[in-house]
Design a protein around this ligand. Structure first.
Ligand SMILES: Cc1cc2nc3c(=O)[nH]c(=O)nc-3n(C[C@H](O)[C@H](O)[C@H](O)COP(=O)(O)OP(=O)(O)OC[C@H]3O[C@@H](n4cnc5c(N)ncnc54)[C@H](O)[C@@H]3O)c2cc1C
Length: 416
């Protein structure tokens, strides 16, 4: 079949790879001049089934309300006249029960673990390098109270197949000597040994080269997707700034833009942009930096070691499609990094960035057919889209081929 993938983020690029491996003739349409220039450009770098817990939870409900009057919480809500924000929030609130949180978390965990394996399969097959590290990720807590309550979420993941170890301070610094200087400030943590880290932009970029060279995937960069042309129950072509492109099937992977685009075509897809910030900083004394990925759970800051760079990430902000940033947006994450890894990095040379998580109210991506017989969605990957991209593309390829998917796809299908 001829298949057009809309969007060359890490999700669209991975989908193109698996579809082309099945023998399809794949074209990827992307408005930027290269892959992974949207949200996949600079996330925290964590390939983290350990972070599969859905955002919508009874605790999130309280945090969401508190964020309305506490500016520096790590979660920021700018109230605005956007009906989709209120519609999204309404649906988010419905997901904030323990039962919904657990159900959503299990769907994500299953996909995330499969996806981590798919990343490793792609790496083994293509040999691409993306500053990857397979040393695990440490999720740690400063206060005893947050450790006691926070560890429960990880125990739930542990009971459902993720190998985890609850670690005290002594064991924590044994695993991560980079945290030695800050050990007194940490109560304990959770070590997820099969989690890993890597640069999603490098991964998507190199995978796109490989897909182009070995499987004949065509990338049409600098091409904006305007609309779908529909005849009856089928999409016949996609209208772009470089003219129409006809195909037998279409995959929507436009990241945070997916929701707006889908709604224009009568598809109720509540993907909403949730802004976050990252700083990428050269390490000047690597021995004082982290050796693996981590998350400071009290300050809601994630980090990874990408080659000789430290990548820091923070904040969930509801501010529409605004991708701007200012120095104060990075203050807490830089203070935290100085606190954890003093002398390890050169802050003057930090590359600062802001991007938008394509977030569904239940935190679960949508993979499968929607509205038209030949239109597929592979989008809405939210806060763990780098983790889930490769597996999502693999599941999508199974669905397109009509094969039994390698994992149970329950909970991933589009539901209007
Ligand atoms: C601060 C931050 C930290 C994060 N940390 C992590 C992490 O540690 N681990 C993790 O797993 N995930 C993380 N994420 C989430 C992850 O980065 C995203 O879920 C993932 O990158 C989404 O990929 P995507 O391909 O769906 O979207 P994108 O990368 O945005 O790709 C969509 C593509 O579609 C293109 N597009 C959109 N509209 C059009 C159009 N009309 N025409 C043509 N092209 C179009 C865009 O240009 C873009 O290239 C983080 C996100 C943020 C913001």
């Amino acid at each position: 079949m001829k298949i057009v993938v809309l969007g060359a983020g890490v999700v669209g690029t991975a989908a193109a790879w698996w579809l082309a491996k099945d023998g399809h003739e794949v074209t990827v349409v992307e408005r930027h001049a290269a892959p992974a220039q949207g949200t996949s450009y600079s996330n925290a770098g964590l390939v983290s089934p350990g972070d599969a817990t859905a955002w919508a939870s009874p605790a999130a409900l309280k945090t969401f309300v508190k964020a309305l009057y506490t500016p520096d919480l790590g979660i920021r809500v700018k109230l605005r006249l956007d009906p989709y924000f209120y519609a999204w929030t309404w649906r988010f609130l419905f997901q904030c029960t323990t039962a919904r949180m657990r159900a959503n978390t299990l769907v994500k965990l299953r996909l995330a673990m499969h996806s981590r394996d798919c990343i490793n399969r792609i790496e083994a097959e293509t040999g691409i390098a993306y500053d990857q590290r397979r040393k695990g990720i440490l999720y740690f807590f400063r206060s005893q109270q947050s450790f006691d309550t926070g560890a429960d979420n990880y125990r739930f993941l542990g009971e459902h197949g993720l190998p985890i170890e609850i670690v005290d301070r002594r064991r924590l610094v044994e695993l991560e000597p980079g945290l030695l200087g800050a050990a007194e400030k940490i109560s304990g943590g959770v070590y997820s040994e099969t989690d890993q880290t890597g640069d999603s932009r490098m991964f998507a970029t190199r995978l796109s080269y490989h897909a182009e060279r070995t499987l004949g995937v065509k990338f049409r960069f600098g091409t904006i997707v305007d609309a779908l042309d529909v005849e009856g129950d089928r999409v016949v072509s996609v209208r772009t700034t470089q003219g129409p492109i006809a195909a037998d099937a279409f995959v929507l992977s436009m990241g945070p833009e997916s929701g707006v685009f889908a709604r224009r075509h009568g598809i109720d897809l509540p993907v909403y942009p949730v802004k976050g910030y990252t700083a990428t900083i050269p390490l000047i004394d690597a021995a004082r930096g982290p050796t693996m990925g981590g998350a400071d759970e009290d300050r809601l800051i994630g980090y990874s070691r990408l080659g000789d760079r430290l990548r820091l990430s923070s904040t969930a902000e509801f501010a529409g499609f605004d991708r701007s940033h200012k120095p104060s947006d990075f203050r807490t994450m830089l203070e935290t990094a100085r606190d954890l890894f003093p002398g390890a990095f050169d802050e003057e040379r930090a590359e600062l960035w802001a991007g938008l998580r394509p977030m569904m109210p239940n935190s679960v991506p949508v993979i499968g057919r929607a509205r038209y017989d030949n239109l597929y969605l592979d989008t809405g990957h939210g806060h763990v889209g780098w983790t889930m991209a490769a597996g999502s593309g693999q599941v999508l390829a199974d669905l397109v081929a009509g094969r039994k998917p390698e994992i149970d796809p329950q909970g991933l299908a589009y539901a209007s």
